[in-house]
Design a protein around this ligand. Structure first.
Ligand code: SF4
Ligand code: SF4
Length: 176
């Protein structure tokens, strides 16, 4: 299988520096509102801060891939004596919980690194240097791109049903 070069973008999280100000949630939600910056609903943000205020714990979590699986094996974390619910730190959007779903449409949200901007806005707006943007190049199989497309399509079919999606595609191809 052919290999292609892919730019891998990461955001390193220095969690100890986070003070829970939630500026990252605000700028992400505003940037992704339609039209851009027309509203701010942190529930629509692709980064969320998991908190345990009494112990000053604030942990940024980015929205990852959609998963239809509703995992059978889940993780429980105990941090500084506080036990967190299963799924608390998971990045996936899945049918089990409302985290990382658009509050209006219910469609899964995924961090897109603010595509189209010079860099991720949450990184730029975090004044405590919690979020550190890094880039590197990796060789990957061409197929990986297809898997990403499949996941997006699966999410749409889950939400709207197979018939609606195929009808929409048929209509779009007629309009070409
Ligand atoms: S903007 Fe920075 S300090 Fe504020 S909540 Fe987000 S990651 Fe934490
Ligand atoms: S990189 Fe952009 S899309 Fe991703 S969480 Fe930060 S502001 Fe949101």
């Amino acid at each position: 299988m052919a290999k292609i070069k892919k730019k891998v973008k990461t955001i390193k999280i220095d969690a100890d520096k986070c003070n829970g100000c939630r500026t990252c949630e605000v700028i992400c939600a505003a940037y992704h509102s339609q039209p851009k910056y027309s509203s701010v609903n942190p529930a629509a943000s692709r980064i969320r801060i998991i908190t345990h205020r009494l112990d000053d714990i604030w942990l940024p979590v980015f929205a990852g891939e959609y998963s239809p699986s509703e995992c059978m094996g889940r993780d429980k974390y105990i941090i500084d004596g506080k036990e967190y619910d299963e799924c608390t730190f998971c990045r996936a959007t899945c049918p089990s919980r409302d985290m990382f779903k658009d509050p209006n449409s219910g469609l899964p949200l995924k961090c897109d690194m603010c595509e189209g901007e010079e860099g991720p806005l949450c990184v730029e707006w975090c004044l405590n240097d919690v979020l550190i943007y890094e880039e590197r190049e990796e060789e990957v199989e061409e197929e990986v791109e297809m898997e990403e497309m499949d996941a997006g399509l699966a999410a749409l079919i889950d939400k709207h049903g197979f018939d609606k999606i195929t009808t929409a595609f048929a209509r779009m191809s007629q309009n070409k």
